[in-house]
Design a protein around this ligand. Structure first.
Ligand code: KG4
Ligand code: ZN
Length: 338
């Protein structure tokens, strides 16, 4: 069975994974190392690109060695090397892709440049024997995307965000509420003890006929509301009401897209899909509509290299490879609208 080593370095996580798999079998993760830079960027309130790339280059070699040792695999046994080549921060993408190309070149193995979003998109199916036709919602810090998926490699974009991504909205609202970066998990925690009906925030574009999203109006509504409130801020109620609006928008649009496209399976991926309230609401809505919901393992929701290795494995099994002279693509779309 082919063995793949993949590197993910598109943003603030340096990750290396080794995955093994074959057509018709569930893939197996032999190693998945993730070194988060969250602490490094926290004092700046967001990711600082130059700090990110320098740190990727410092951590990468150690993570490759740790992954090989953990998987009990020697480098020459690897059949193909992969890296995220976009979208992401250019200087960070270059570190991972150059390293993977170097290893591929030294060992005379194929290299595969992988779209980060394809990694997220396919992550719910890593433990399945196939990727069925489905409706996919990717919700991460940088992206909110609804796609119709015919199978691996055949994606049609149905909708995306017109301004902030869902995770970005969580992070910005977290900042407004005085919570540490990243705001997503902090807001989820605060929301547990808040009243989701305390504030009536807008469900932007929920009833528009298209499948695009907009979260910046929601963020502004939170800002205007809290500016009018006397201290101390009701952080838990604000967090719960904000989260309720996000969830209703995401679930509403996803279910409508699935109905329109006639898909029977819905797949949820990306960092925001870690949110338990979102998972529960999506599960409830899918159950009611007779749809099957597939979510990624929690370890595969936020950025990791196992999802990149899995996407690369499917392409490798298909006989694909990427020329070594191919550039990174910092704003690479996964699919065109159609
Ligand atoms: O997929 P990811 O690791 O990175 C990107 O590709 O962007 O997603 C990170 C995003 C951040 O915005 C973070 O706040 C959000 O996922 N996030 C969450 C939760 N955990 C992480 N958002 C809501 N609830 C969570 N529990
Ligand atoms: Zn991501």
């Amino acid at each position: 069975m082919p063995l793949l080593l993949a590197i993910e370095s598109s943003c603030d996580e340096t990750a290396v994974a080794i995955v093994r798999g074959e057509g018709g079998h569930a893939a197996e993760i032999l190693a998945s190392e993730v070194a988060s830079q969250i602490e490094l960027h926290r004092e700046h309130g967001g990711v600082v690109p130059e700090l990110a790339s320098r740190n990727h280059s410092l951590r990468l070699r150690g993570l490759v060695e740790k992954a090989l040792a953990g998987a009990r695999v020697a480098m020459p046994e690897i059949d193909a090397f992969a890296a995220t080549t976009g979208p992401g921060l250019a200087s960070s993408l270059l570190i991972g892709s150059t390293a993977a190309k170097g290893m591929a070149c030294a060992l005379g193995r194929p290299f595969l440049g992988i779209n980060h979003l394809e990694g997220h998109l396919l992550s719910p199916f890593l433990h399945e024997t196939r990727v069925p036709p489905h409706l996919a919602l990717i919700v991460s810090g940088g992206h909110t995307l609804l796609l119709d998926v015919e199978g691996p490699g055949t994606y049609r974009k149905l909708g995306g965000t017109r301004d902030d991504a869902a995770g970005e909205a969580y992070d910005k609202v977290g900042k407004l509420l005085g919570l540490p970066y990243p705001g997503g998990p902090e807001i989820e925690m605060a929301a547990r003890s808040g009243n989701p009906a305390a504030f009536d925030f807008p469900r932007s574009m929920l009833h528009d006929p298209h499948l695009d999203f907009s979260f910046s109006g929601l963020k502004t509504a939170v800002l205007y509301t809290l500016q009018k409130l006397p201290p101390p801020l009701p952080v838990t109620d604000l967090a719960a009401s904000f989260q309720q609006a996000v969830i209703e928008i995401l679930v509403g649009k996803t279910l409508r897209a699935a109905r329109h496209g006639g898909r029977k399976t819905v797949a949820l991926s990306g960092g925001v899909s870690l949110n338990r309230a979102l998972r529960a609401a999506m599960q409830g809505a899918c159950d009611q509509a007779g749809l099957q919901l597939v979510t990624a393992d929690p370890a595969l929701c936020t950025d990791n290299a196992a999802m990149i290795a899995f996407a690369a494995l499917l392409r490798h099994l298909h006989g694909e490879q990427t020329p070594l002279h191919e550039d990174i693509h910092p704003s690479l779309p996964l699919a065109t609208a159609g």
